[in-house]
Design a protein around this ligand. Sequence first.
Ligand code: CMP
Length: 138
Amino acid sequence: ATNRTFTMIKPDAVANGHIGAILNDIIAGGFKIIAMKYIQLSKETAGAFYAVHKERPFYGELVDFMTSGPIVAAILEKDNAVEDFRTLIGATDPSKAEAGTIRNKYAKSIDANAIHGSDSDENAAIEGSFFFSHFERF
Ligand code: CMP
């Protein structure tokens, strides 16, 4: 069935000038943009978004990195959206991401890994609702 995922183009990819190329890859991959915004996260907002990782050793660095510059947040729609988007972006660690994937092309490290993709339909709905109201979805 047609469904949705949530993404963020992370501060490294924005700072390195890759917003356009990444959006191009997303659209060429068959995803439709349902909602999108260009914003800078506060520590409070990033900390809340990543609350699920609060006990992980990388949590502090993750919040610092995700607040280091602006990001692009978006809700995307496609058949099999969550799984197909994770295929399009490649492995979390860019050194393990397959050739041609967004992280293979634009990411430098496991922290500065260019892009986020939801890991389940449930989290896609939670993450999308964290950033966007119903009035911001088209
Ligand atoms: P993402 O899945 O978008 O959200 C959590 C982020 O934590 C992940 O991308 C990585 O950028 C970052 N991270 C840093 N270290 C790790 C790790 N060891 N395992 C998973 N994610 C990590």
